[in-house]
Design a protein around this ligand. Sequence first.
Ligand SMILES: [Zn+2]
Length: 272
Amino acid sequence: MAEHRFEDFNGLVIFRRNYKEKDMLVKILTDRFGKKMFYLRGANSPRFRMAAAILPFTKAEYGGDIRDDGLSFLNNVKSASQFQAISNDLFLNAYATYILNLIDVAFPDSQPLGFWYGRIEQALTLIDEGFDAAMITHIIEIQLLQVFGVQPHLESCVVCGRTDLAFDYSESYGGLLCQRHWHLDPNRLHANSRAIYYLRLFSVIDLFKIQSVTVKPETEAALKAIVDQIYQNSVGLVLKSKQFIDKMFTFDSAMPKLKKVAPEIDRSSKDD
Ligand SMILES: [Zn+2]
């Protein structure tokens, strides 16, 4: 394999940091080469010609020198656009940052991401368009579980395969238990059944077919508790950006308000 090559590719800025006096390191999620760290000489000076293409929450068509190992380089930008709503809203910003963090942790650098590139771009697009950011984030979290090596069995009861009884989630069984088998795990999550419904739905839902998502605040809290627990215990991941969301969530829950999101999820994506 060539040591380096000039390539055109699509990318999403994951993060950037200053380097030396006027330079920057910018990590970009690319559609073809996985995550790559780019070294941008002079990027921190006010007249840098590619400034708009390396802002946080930007997607662009780049041209650059992709190195198999070490830092890569950007040569030009064909088109760049920033997710405006995400950039301007602290809450949306927090969710998008967490999603990008998750994908950064889930895959090693330089490993092509397959369909995950499109999925992450679509998640950010939906959040930018006003879809409930917490729900879009849960969909990504739940679908990423298998990348983290956790493959919860959510199709049916782990023990008997039934799908017609109430379900609960069992960490020790790695999936759902139907009501008849709840006795097998006294430590099952005792989760709210609507939350379990969304856990199952979100594991298979197609982000490209979603029309809207509405979840009642109490169901949202219950779903968050399940996902948080699986991430803590089975994935073992604690990200700073997630802790920030947790603080926001606590604050948000303390403020009575009406959620202004429209009902129903695309029926074609329903799982039963
Ligand atoms: Zn069962």
